[in-house]
Write a protein that binds this ligand. Structure first.
Ligand code: ZN
Length: 463
């Protein structure tokens, strides 16, 4: 099974310290969330898995960490200043501010307010999604010379570093650049917990290829990401592909495939259960071309008079110069985290008839790999032994010590946060130098000698 709805995860996340509403003591801040002690571990595990898979396990990807605030020209030539906007409408009845493209239409094609049902809406006007800020000590709030933006995507920081990475790493096509970082979009209608937020974290690859190899590389990345998402524990039945139709494609894209996740299983209409988890686009040669100084329009005028570089690629094998095509797999850390939690969510009834939550995370994803628990916390020898075991395990796996409740309560807590194994130290342990290891998924217990504990856990965790 998976979680019945996002609300179940919101409640678990708050209760156990994965995700809290941001600025909560001041009444919160719309659609902002803070990642707690377990949430930051889970997010780090997702990022680690992605980075290992793309940067370390392949031989054709380099990493990068570019600035969040870039020269404003980047957003001018990328097209974001003029076209990165949503069509905004106001409801004259209930005063809601809405995105027209997300509204249903009535039989006459009139848009319906999703809040009150009225069709008395204003005409749409474009609303730019980039957060504005000012650089330096400016005299007035709207000084255009000081205007800058928080990046709405990490991708542009990669495009403008194409030549730097190419020259310093001495790469040849095909190769890619990977980046993980925060991005910001002033969404008109954020919501659904961490699904759509104004501040979010992206994991993006820009993969540079010869134009004639782009279609094949695109498909390979689509297949590859199916596999990677599966490796995180997301079941195939909750994933599907969506091929964007021509009229939906961004202006730079030749083909885009979204991988959708069943974020809304509670919805009766099956088609409405799905929403975007990630997108994989063939961006053509658009990006390197628009940031280059060389290309000219029909009247031989430079398209980009501000760039000081040409980002074309010289193929020494064919003596040809061209702008590489780019395949862009773009994944959100936050949406992936939500999908991983939803998919791992299960319930089980114990022999007392109580329903328990078990988060069946893959060991690689689990925030804590093993919890060491003393059966009696008033017995100093047991406590001392448990603490020593925790310390011994910690260098090779994330381990915690917990004595804040009875053993049943401690097991239930670890099940809920997805800890694969609990190790219990009891009175006998002092005699036989062995402990009880309890499996999260089967609740089965096994007696293991302390000397072989580390290798026993390491094997079963495959770490
Ligand atoms: Zn309304």
């Amino acid at each position: 099974m998976s979680a019945p709805n996002i609300e179940t995860i919101v409640s678990l996340a708050k209760r156990r310290g994965f995700v809290y509403p941001a600025s909560e003591i001041y009444g919160g801040l719309g659609s902002s969330w803070d990642y707690g002690p377990l949430g930051v571990e889970l997010a780090n595990n997702i990022k680690k898995s992605w980075w290992n898979w793309v940067v370390y396990e392949r031989d054709d990807i380099e990493g990068l960490d570019s600035s969040i605030i870039l020269n404003r020209s980047v957003w001018k030539y990328s097209g974001h200043e003029t076209t990165f906007s949503d069509p905004l409408v106001d409801c004259r009845e209930c005063k809601s501010r809405l995105r027209q493209d997300k509204l249903d239409q009535d039989a006459d094609g009139k848009y319906i307010c999703s809040n009150c049902g009225s069709t008395n809406l204003t005409d749409p006007r474009p609303f730019n999604l980039m957060f504005r800020t000012m650089i330096g000590a400016v005299s007035s709030d709207d000084d255009p010379a000081a205007l800058a933006y928080l990046r709405p995507e990490t991708a542009q920081g990669i495009f403008i570093n194409f030549k730097n990475v190419l020259d310093t790493s001495r790469r040849k096509l095909p190769f890619g650049i990977a980046q993980i970082g925060k991005a910001f979009r002033n969404e008109v209608t954020p919501g659904n917990f961490i699904f759509r937020t104004r501040e979010f974290e992206q994991m993006e690859i820009e993969y540079f290829v010869k134009p004639e190899e782009a279609a094949k590389a695109h498909q390979e990345w689509i297949d590859g990401f199916d596999e990677w998402l599966g490796s995180l524990g997301i079941s195939a039945e909750n994933l599907k592909h969506y091929e964007q139709e021509k009229h939906e494609l961004a202006h730079y894209s030749e083909r885009t495939v979204d991988i959708l996740y069943r974020f809304f299983p509670e919805r009766e209409d099956e088609a409405k259960q799905w929403d975007e988890l990630m997108g994989i686009a063939n961006r053509t040669d658009y990006d390197l071309r628009v940031h280059s100084k060389k290309p000219e329009d029909a009247e031989q005028k430079r398209i980009n008079p501000d760039s000081t570089e040409d980002l074309s690629y010289f193929d020494t094998a064919t003596n040809e110069r061209f702008y590489p095509y780019i395949i862009e797999p773009s994944t959100g850390v936050n949406r992936t985290l939500l999908a991983v939690m939803m998919d791992a969510y299960t319930e089980r009834t114990n022999d007392k008839g109580e329903t328990r939550v078990i988060l069946k995370l893959k060991p690689e994803m689990a925030p804590i790999k093993v919890a060491v628990l003393p059966l009696a916390k008033n017995k100093p020898e047991i406590v001392e032994m448990a603490k020593r075991l925790k310390k011994d395990l910690q260098p090779s796996m994330r381990a915690v010590y917990d004595d804040t409740g009875g053993i049943g309560k401690l097991y239930a807590r670890q099940d809920e946060i997805g800890t694969p194994f609990c190790v219990t130290v009891d009175h006998e342990s002092l005699e036989d130098n062995a402990v009880t290891v309890r499996d999260r998924d089967t609740w089965e217990q096994e007696r293991v000698s302390v000397d072989s504990l580390k290798s026993y856990l390491g094997e079963r965790l495959t770490i």
